[in-house]
Design a protein around this ligand. Structure first.
Ligand code: NAD
Length: 470
């Protein structure tokens, strides 16, 4: 049981109820109503942007140490409330509580701590006399008011990826969680009020169509950062053109996993079983597109089939909504009509909330929809390949470019292939390992802009040249 669910927005340091349409949050666990969340009205979104704009000069003037101190305190609050936040996120998304508590919360507080410290260590070119009689130096300054728009798959984690670098760098923020998953961010509003000056961080809820678009359109917003689908990214880009906003886009993914015949098959199978289905596959880096070399193809298919059949759905959770389950089901039902494709595990809805069976589709060909399109559900495809060139060509033959992995005991081959792949991350003999210090971001339609790492921090700054005549 959750003691208290807060649905107030945070605008200019005050908690206020949304004045526009109510959005019903439905539990993916059992399809029952969790709570109605009133959305921000257009006037409230405007007020949030105005507040962020008014707070910007003061926040920018604060020392890095001062801003960092507040972010460290926020990280501590998140750790103190770990159990409550994990319960709330689990209620809202259906995520397994233990996963949220043990995997996500520690990473979330670490992101705030990393950016708090990193903001005090930014580096750049040396100052000097690049023209005789003139000294040049480089500054990195905050951009201004940043609009940040998040998806529903890792609500608090995506908020941390966005808010921590933006605030650490001295920007002020208007943050919009997904309309499906606003609860954990709203639950932190009291902490934000205590830790940050009014207007530095504002939280408004509502649909992308209304609230998200208004933020992306707003002429006092200087940068917009969105994590979401490709379509949303395109719409935000077109909104951003109105005042030539900076944009930071993290969009979809369809991660290839290349398994060479000298790899450790058992290790591969264990990792795909974990990371192809984690969070019910609702992950832009999910290990969902497996390419397996001829000699081990049969062995991998047999072992992976047995392993996927053994997944306990309580460990991966449901899909976020009935609509998302319908989308996933649509992909699998179309698969059933294609003669060369075989479903060796799963393939059906489960008669419980928005759950779907962990599904394995084998003998897939490069042009198949299940190989090309992001399914965003617990569905993995397996395709046979014969040589390295073919594996690289097929892996890269995709509109996305976010995550990839290579499985081989040959380190030269691993490095050669990783140099040929066009993905923001390539894991070698491992999967889904994130470090706050290392960047996350994509190629192609996966978008651009980096989350995490010094690169993420730099994305929320503008490089300036200052020259003085001496
Ligand atoms: P979505 O695109 O439907 O929504 C994302 C956010 O954008 C939501 O807050 C939504 O309200 C808002 N939005 C929608 N239309 C908008 C508009 N026109 N203007 C402004 N805001 C708008 O995505 P989703 O369904 O919440 O999340 C799933 C998608 O996110 C998948 O495609 C997934 O791959 C992607 N994703 C990517 C990453 C990454 O790091 N690259 C991480 C997580 C999720």
């Amino acid at each position: 049981m959750i003691e208290k669910i807060d649905t107030h927005l945070l605008i200019n340091g005050k908690k206020v109820l949304g004045e526009s349409e109510k959005i019903a949050l439905i539990s993916p666990e059992n399809n029952e109503l969790i709570i109605d969340v009133p959305s921000a009205s257009a006037d409230q979104v405007d007020a949030a942007v105005e507040a962020a704009n008014a707070a910007f000069p003061g926040w920018k003037r604060k020392s890095f140490a001062d801003r960092a101190d507040r972010l460290f305190k926020l990280a501590d609050r998140i750790d103190e409330k770990a159990g409550f936040l994990a319960k709330l996120e689990s209620l809202n998304c259906g995520k397994p509580y233990q996963r949220m508590l043990e995997d996500e919360i520690p990473a979330i507080s670490d992101h705030f701590r990393f950016f708090a410290g990193a903001s005090r260590c930014m580096s750049g070119s040396a100052s000097g006399e690049y023209l005789e009689g003139f000294t040049s130096m480089i500054r990195r300054d905050p951009v201004g008011v940043v609009g940040q728009i998040a998806p529903w798959n890792y609500p608090l984690m995506m908020a941390a990826w966005k808010i921590a670098p933006a605030l650490a760098a001295g920007n002020t923020v208007v943050f919009k969680p997904s309309e499906n998953t606003p609860l954990t961010m709203l639950a932190l509003a009291d902490d934000m009020i205590e830790l940050f000056p009014a207007g530095v961080l504002n939280i408004v809820t509502g649909t992308g169509r209304a609230v998200g678009k208004q933020i992306a359109d707003h002429d006092k917003v200087q940068m917009v950062s969105v994590t979401g689908s490709v379509n949303t990214g395109k719409q935000v880009l077109s909104s951003a053109s109105s005042n030539v906003k900076r944009t930071h886009l993290e969009l979809g993914g369809k991660a290839p996993v290349i398994a060479f015949d000298d790899c450790d098959v058992d290790d591969l199978v264990e990792n795909i079983t974990l990371w192809g289905y984690y969070n019910a596959g609702q992950d832009c880096t999910a290990a969902c597109r497996l390419y397996v070399q001829d000699n081990i193809y049969q062995e991998v298919v047999e072992k992976l089939t047995a392993s996927v059949k053994g997944i306990d759905v309580n460990d991966i959770g449901p899909l976020i909504s009935e609509q998302q389950r319908e989308t996933v089901s649509g992909f699998v039902e179309r698969t059933k009509t294609i003669p060369h494709l075989n479903i060796t595990a799963g393939g059906n809805k489960i008669d419980r909330g928005c759950y779907y069976e962990p599904t394995l589709i084998v003998d897939a060909l490069q042009d198949d929809e299940v190989v090309q399109e992001e399914i965003f559900g617990p569905v993995v495809s397996v395709t046979r390949f014969s040589n390295t060139d073919q594996a690289v060509e097929w892996a890269n033959d995709c509109k996305y470019g976010l995550a990839s992995s290579i499985w081989t005991r040959d380190i030269q081959k691993a490095h050669k292939v990783s140099s040929l792949l066009q993905f923001g991350v390539t894991w070698i003999n491992t999967y889904f390992m994130y470090a706050s210090e290392m960047p996350h971001g994509g190629f192609k339609m996966s978008g651009y802009g980096k989350d995490l790492s010094m690169y993420g921090l730099e994305d929320y700054t503008v490089v300036r040249h200052i020259m003085v005549k001496i």
